[in-house]
Design a protein around this ligand. Structure first.
Ligand code: M6R
Length: 364
């Protein structure tokens, strides 16, 4: 049931504040301000390396997690698409954790990779949205997302809930490694608890995004740029746009532009820049200005501070709430989802059932 929404995708985008709160409730303990995961049958503190494997949007959630695990727990992380991982003879030492992320828990490539990692002596953790799925049954540590059924082929609320779980896992791993003080953990819990309200504030941009969608709908190519954890979001934004609006889009690490892709820039290529104010802002803005100097039309997604500093000369700006960097990837997912959604609606494509795609990909 779509309720009063036009499409399941729109309904699922709007459900995010509620389902993220729901997911966080089972991973945060308010009383002692700690993250609390199901107790694994193995010692998290003994993990020396994490291998993250997934496909599509779930892979981009994994890419955000790589930044977090390395930053907070100082554990080295390998990350791969399931379809590549399985066939590249990956090196996995004993005592490693292999982490599989999947909305459906049935994606054939990811499942094959899981079984391969099991054969290589890895502990298996899964982040899945379907608790009765095959991946859930074959795991040593089951970390469910509580997004509820996701019907739209384009994954939205599952991604947000995956990030919520992965942030909790990062904090738990950091604590197990002796890298997180109780004060730091309390801060992480506090920031995560701010997410649902920040998601609501992000959703308030819907009319502004809808109003500019026709400009993007007329483009043949669109670029998305970000740095740090906003880089996976740039990739995710491009994937969303491609799959439902059929417009060619690419996500790039902002600093990579000058190594090739900037040659594509002219006044016909809109460039979506994802840049919350913070430590990486200046650098991203200088990449953005390189684009503008070549006639590129920029849509800047930032907070009031960032827009005041760099919004001039942009085709459009989308003003996000000011959030802690930890939760920024969850919150900044909303405008890229809404943009893809409204562009697809403007183009009249089948938003919930895009051509050539299935919700669950059960062939390798
Ligand atoms: O069910 P999974 O999370 O394993 O699915 C992985 C991808 O097929 C999926 O995320 C796909 O990329 C989405 N359609 C993206 O919106």
């Amino acid at each position: 049931d779509k309720g009063n929404h036009r499409h399941f995708m729109q309904k699922e985008i709007y459900e995010q504040p509620v389902v993220v709160a729901q997911t966080l409730r089972s991973y945060l303990s308010r009383i002692d301000a700690r993250v609390s995961l199901p107790i694994p049958e193995f010692d998290l503190g003994a993990i020396r390396r994490v291998t993250i494997v997934a496909c599509g949007t779930s892979y981009y959630a994994g890419m955000v997690a790589k930044y977090w695990f390395e930053q907070f727990a100082r554990v080295p992380v390998d990350l791969d698409f399931a379809s590549e991982f399985r066939y590249r003879a990956p090196v996995m030492e004993d005592g490693g954790l292999a982490l599989f992320i999947s909305q459906s828990g049935e994606t054939a490539d990811t499942l094959a990779a899981l079984r391969h990692a099991r054969g290589e002596g890895q502990k298996i953790a899964v982040v899945v949205n379907v608790p009765s799925s095959t991946m859930a049954r074959e795991s040593d540590l089951l970390l469910p997302t509580h997004a509820g059924p996701e019907i739209g082929v384009a994954s939205t609320k599952a991604f947000a809930c995956q990030l919520a779980v992965l942030a909790a896992l990062a904090a738990n791993l950091a604590r197990a490694k002796g890298r997180l003080s109780p004060e730091e953990e309390r801060d992480i819990v506090r920031h995560l608890e701010e997410t649902p309200a920040a998601l609501n504030a992000a959703l308030a941009n819907d009319p502004a995004i809808e109003a500019m969608a026709h400009v993007i709908a007329g483009a043949r190519d669109v670029l998305y740029l970000g740095r740090g954890t906003d880089y996976p979001l740039a990739l995710e934004g491009a994937l969303k746009l491609k799959e439902i609006s059929y417009i060619h889009a690419e996500g790039y690490a902002a600093g990579e532009m000058k190594h090739g892709p900037i040659a594509l820039i002219d006044e016909n290529v809109p460039v979506i820049v994802i840049a919350p104010s913070g430590p990486l802002f200046e650098k991203t803005v200088s990449n953005m200005q390189e684009v503008q100097a070549r006639g590129g039309k920029v849509v800047l997604i930032s907070d009031a501070e960032g827009i005041a500093q760099a919004g001039e000369g942009c085709l459009a700006t989308i003003e996000m709430p000011k959030v802690h960097p930890l939760i920024a990837p969850l919150v900044y997912a909303v405008p890229v989802q809404l943009l893809a959604y409204h562009v697809a609606v403007a183009k009249g494509t089948d938003v919930d059932q895009p051509r050539n795609l299935a919700k669950s990909v059960t062939v390798e």
